[in-house]
Write a protein that binds this ligand. Structure first.
Ligand code: SIN
Length: 363
């Protein structure tokens, strides 16, 4: 039997069908006049996906449902914020690119500069959510909350996670607690820092983790509960400014593996890469077969960042390579996909490797 206080949603293949069993006010409900103004910027992903049936949780189509339908599907949002929606673009996030990032960042900065916007929620595909979160963490020029949210199940699935994730994200974006915490990723009742979070499972709802360093807090009982925050500078405290940019420097990732050779690296350099992130094995180790090509690329002016495919830990400067002599940079704790973002933005400011190394220890 379903308790009368429960809110149950029924998803159908034909679209979103929601059944309100009770309208008990959430614990954090405020008078309409004092609700925060939260803008929801929709960009696509599984949270906006539809499947052929309510049991379709793979093989569905991402980025089908528009922002108005996403908002209408969660009428409880009205009790926790004054929400407005805007469709910035509509993509599956494997198609994320620099142009979309720049468009999104500029829109976020424009909106956050307005006095009538208290926070922003961005709905996004989960596949590259961690990259967009870190990009925005570095280029948003405001301390106001920015929360990125997605879903692992399409909107038409039984127990779709999109509605509760969106509800939690709006509460978080409207909360005082989230001010100054950098760009946040909120799914599965958990709050993670954009710099640290990574997708760890292809399919499960608890896929987003900050391995070892830990999540920042929880969304529970209609409230944000924080327990820690990243020590790295972010948002209004960074030196990066995308307002005048319409492109970003090309930076590619070379993956390390047994028996690797420099074919991919050389192709990236020939294609005009201004920077290479080497996702090395272990502590960012370089294979003898690849090291000469990295040294050659550096001599041509390409910035080389040693990262690691391991996923946790610090890549030690002058550890597995003589970085001072080779004029290489190390990624600190950033995984390769996030190191790529910081290197792109660093290259909009300088080509000095020492200055760029300082940025990797700062952001
Ligand atoms: C995407 O990233 O757009 C598809 C996968 C997802 O959102 O979970």
């Amino acid at each position: 039997m379903i308790p009368s206080s429960c809110l149950t949603r029924l998803a159908s293949a034909a679209g979103l069908v929601f059944v309100l069993l009770s309208s008990a006010p959430p614990a954090q409900a405020r008078d309409p006049g004092s609700l925060p103004n939260v803008m929801i910027l929709a960009t696509g992903g599984t949270i906006a996906g539809t499947g052929a049936s309510s049991t379709t949780t793979v093989g569905y189509t991402a980025a089908k449902v528009g922002v108005d339908a996403l908002i209408e599907a969660v009428p409880e949002l009205k009790k926790v914020a004054n929400v407005k929606g805007e469709q910035v673009f509509q993509i599956a996030s494997e198609n994320m690119n620099d142009a979309y990032w720049l468009k999104l960042a500029k829109r976020v900065n424009t909106l956050l500069a307005q006095g009538d916007v208290d926070g922003i929620v961005i709905t996004h595909g989960t596949d590259t959510i961690e990259e967009t979160a870190y990009f925005l963490d570095l280029v948003v020029k405001s301390k106001k909350p920015v929360v990125i949210v997605g879903a692992m199940r399409p909107s038409t699935a039984i127990s779709a996670d999109g509605p509760i994730n969106l509800y939690n994200a709006v509460i978080l974006a409207g909360s005082e607690e989230a001010v100054g915490k950098g760009v946040l990723v909120c799914l599965n009742d958990q709050i993670n820092a954009g710099r640290e979070v990574t997708k760890t499972n292809t399919a499960t709802l608890d896929t987003f983790r900050t391995p070892e360093l830990g999540l920042l807090g929880y969304l529970q009982d209609n409230k944000a509960h924080f327990y820690r925050q990243s020590t790295r500078r972010n948002t209004a405290d960074t030196e990066f400014d995308v307002s005048g940019l319409d492109s970003l420097p090309r930076v590619d990732i070379v993956y390390g593996y047994a028996n690797m050779d420099p074919t991919a690296l050389n192709a990236f350099v020939a294609a005009g890469a201004k920077g290479i992130v080497h996702a090395g094995v272990g502590d960012g180790s370089l294979a003898d077969a690849v090291k000469p090509a990295l040294i050659e690329a550096r001599k041509k002016g390409v910035l080389i960042v040693r990262s690691s495919r391991v996923g946790n830990g610090i890549v030690a400067r002058n550890g597995e390579a003589a970085d001072d002599d080779l004029d290489f940079v190390v990624s600190d704790t950033l995984n390769p996909q996030k190191a790529r973002i910081l290197l792109m933005l660093a290259l909009t400011r300088t080509t000095d490797s020492k200055a760029i190394q300082t940025m990797f220890y700062t952001y």
